[in-house]
Design a protein around this ligand. Sequence first.
Ligand code: G3P
Ligand code: CA
Length: 307
Amino acid sequence: MVVAGATVDVPAATRFMMPPSSSPWLVAHRGASAYAPEHTIAAYTLALEQGADYVEQDLTLTRDGVLVCLHDDTLERTTDVETRFPDRAVAETGAGGSPVKRWYANDFTLAELKTLDAGSWFDARFAGERVPTFEEAIALVKGRAGIFPELKSPARLNARGVDVEQAVAAVLAKHGLIDAQVKGRPAVYLQSFEEKSVRRLATLLPAVPRALLIGAKDAARWLTADGLREAKTFATAIGPARALIEARPAVVAEAHAAGLAVVPYTFRAARDAAAPARDAVRDEMRRFIAERGVDGLFTDNPDLFPR
Ligand code: G3P
Ligand code: CA
């Protein structure tokens, strides 16, 4: 049973790891990904131009151990890998039982990844955009906004002998980002859907705030008074799918009572959306901030974020 406010009193600055007066955080989801190909320098640059407080990076590792910014475990949706490396696919069985080919990023070296076109799938005018490394993203964003890196499929990478949490910690340390601030906020906010990975980050990087992402399949586990109290033992925020908040708006106050910030995903209007659809997304973000009381949110459309 969910009991609102059934937790100890936690000072606001500790609870949110943000100044109590901090305005809502605009997290540019995969960059300004409504308008430019996700996780490219073009998308990150536009996110900065559109006023993002944080620019999100989804992270995986190349075969030679370099962190790169990519949402999927595989390359075929967002690059031309299928034509560049037709013989490097892994044969798998798809959801419907039919055979599918997958090109896992972790099977490719950075040099190979850098030959891929990561922009044309979105629009021909982005032809030649590349898969950025995490360090290239940091070089672009550092000092101008925060970064919001998500560890993608850490258990799958761990099973391949890849220590992705340690790799992230090493890059953050190298760039002086462990205790850094930007514009009054932590310069880094980590995130993952995988509990084990967020727990590991809490141990490796206790000074860096971190969000546990929550999709529909994990909602029953985490979005209760007990679940939120447990989450607070290793996370500083939750990142639920926005539909989970719509389904039960009280969860925001319950998370705050447990000492957790709330940063839902994802608010988006298509790049060619007409004005009424864009207005609807802007209004939805405004409502989540003003009425639902969320602390920040992920959006593909930083230009629609209500200020
Ligand atoms: O990290 C928040 C949100 O990005 C989670 O969804 O699939 O876009 O990474 P996804
Ligand atoms: Ca993400």
